[in-house]
Design a protein around this ligand. Structure first.
Ligand code: PLP
Ligand code: ZN
Length: 433
């Protein structure tokens, strides 16, 4: 099974507007550079290195601001820079993207930041996390490759998004999650009426189980969005980088702080910036990417601190469950992007994460899940340690919605007053003089 012929130009779609050529040539190994057709594999046949989408550089360079701006108000405005979905009829999608880029002046003032601070708020996506971007890519590739079912091993948000995409497209799905996930994420995975399997183990255990299932005959017709179609999946994260640049008026911010689980999102935001520069769409003003992890799951932060190129797996703990991948597949590539751009990786403990959620909510009106608390708290740390320059423009990524992870807030975030419905009771509580 392969996807549409590379570089093929198709007729106008019924939805209107010209369909751009597909810029994908095939897949390429990030380790040895071997190329292959656009198939459903994530590991190189030569060296088992990770496969990535290989684009025709000429086609990427031909993309213009005007072409993007004429597109729909979602990730598909960047279709000319993506591996699949150029023809709207091919898409399996909830049309995520173009989420708000929120100016965070009051948080900046508290942190002593003078260069401008923004929050890219991906809680505004259809299933309330950035995962809708990657699942739209993976599900579209899966259907294009002839699969009849989509599946995933997930720390929660991916499960939510896969089940919702399947429900919208009328495609069956199966998602596997650790059984100790937050109730909000379990309910949101179950509500779409798809198959939901809870596994008594960590995410890394779940991932191992799905890898084994994928090898069986029963699962031959099933695309695991973050396994056999992972090269396409990962490209969806580039749209976060494109949007930040476009929403800043086609400018790349000097610094970006990004939460890391597998590390894929961080590498793709950096890749998106490089592609926009190569296409002449933005000026190369330089940028630094910073990674954020929790102290309960910090394998990439530890490798960064020690100057290692390899990432040693850990056993994750702590409240930032969406980031709890102990053996991050893209860890070495995330390290490379951070080091190449002169960034850093920070880590924060659970109390700081809760404080980060509260700080962001109190100063911007954005209610983040624990991953956004990690990012906000790491921003504070990086500024305090002098590793992030407070005088340069900075964007932090909120990748998920606070309502999904209420549990860690319940003990400390409470109503300020309780009164009976009478003026005297309100007076007693000190609300009126
Ligand atoms: C999956 C996820 C991430 C990180 O994703 P990777 O690409 O695996 O690093 C960040 N934030 C949230 C909320 C997520 O669900
Ligand atoms: Zn290889």
């Amino acid at each position: 099974m392969t996807l549409t012929a590379p570089g093929s130009v198709q007729a106008d779609s019924s939805a209107g507007g010209p369909i751009p050529p597909c810029p994908m040539r095939g897949l390429v190994c990030r380790n040895c550079g071997a190329t292959s057709a656009p198939v459903a594999e994530h590991a190189c046949a030569e060296c088992f290195g990770p496969l990535e989408v290989d684009y025709d550089p000429e086609l990427l360079r031909a993309v213009t601001r005007e072409q993007i701006e004429a597109g729909p108000q979602n990730i598909w405005r960047y279709a000319a820079l993506l591996p699949v979905g150029q023809d709207p009829a091919d898409r399996v999608t909830l049309d995520p993207g173009l989420t708000p880029l929120v100016r965070a002046d009051r948080l900046a003032a508290e942190l002593g930041m003078t260069g401008g601070l923004w929050v890219k708020d991906d809680s505004a996506n259809p299933t309330h996390s950035f995962k809708d971007r990657v699942v739209s890519m993976a599900a579209t590739a899966a259907r294009g490759l002839g699969y009849r079912r989509i599946a995933a091993a997930s720390t929660g948000n991916l499960a939510n998004s896969v089940a919702a995409h399947a429900a919208r497209a009328g495609l069956p799905s199966l998602v596997f999650i650790p059984s100790d996930l937050e109730p909000g994420k379990v309910v949101q995975s179950a509500v779409y009426g798809q198959t939901l399997v809870t596994v008594d183990g960590s995410y890394d255990d779940v991932n191992r189980l799905t890898s084994e299932l994928a090898e069986t005959d029963e699962f031959e017709d099933t695309a695991f969005v973050n396994q056999n179609v992972r090269p396409y999946y990962a490209e969806g994260s580039k749209t976060m980088g494109y949007e930040i640049a476009e929403q800043l008026g086609w400018r790349i911010p000097a610094q970006v702080v990004i939460p890391m689980a597998s590390g894929s999102l961080l590498t793709k935001v950096d890749k998106a910036f490089r592609e926009l520069v190569a296409a002449g769409i933005v000026e190369d003003t330089g940028w630094r990417v910073f990674g954020a992890q929790s102290a309960g799951c910090d394998p990439i932060a530890t490798a960064f601190d020690n100057g290692w190129d390899v990432v040693r797996p850990v056993k994750p703990t702590g409240i930032a469950k969406s980031l709890n991948i102990g053996n991050p597949a893209d860890g070495p590539y995330a390290l490379d992007a951070v080091r190449r751009t002169g960034g850093a990786v920070g880590r924060v403990g659970d109390d700081e994460i809760v404080q980060g959620i509260r700080d962001l909510a109190r100063t911007t009106g954005v209610f983040a899940e624990t991953a956004g608390g990690v990012t906000t708290a790491v921003l504070r740390r990086l500024v305090e340690d002098g590793r992030l320059d407070p005088s340069r423009e900075t964007v932090i990524l909120n990748t998920g919605e606070g309502l999904k992870t209420l549990d860690p807030l319940l003990p400390t975030v409470t109503p300020t007053h309780r009164v009976s419905p009478s003026l005297s009771s309100a007076r007693q509580a000190g609300l009126v003089g």
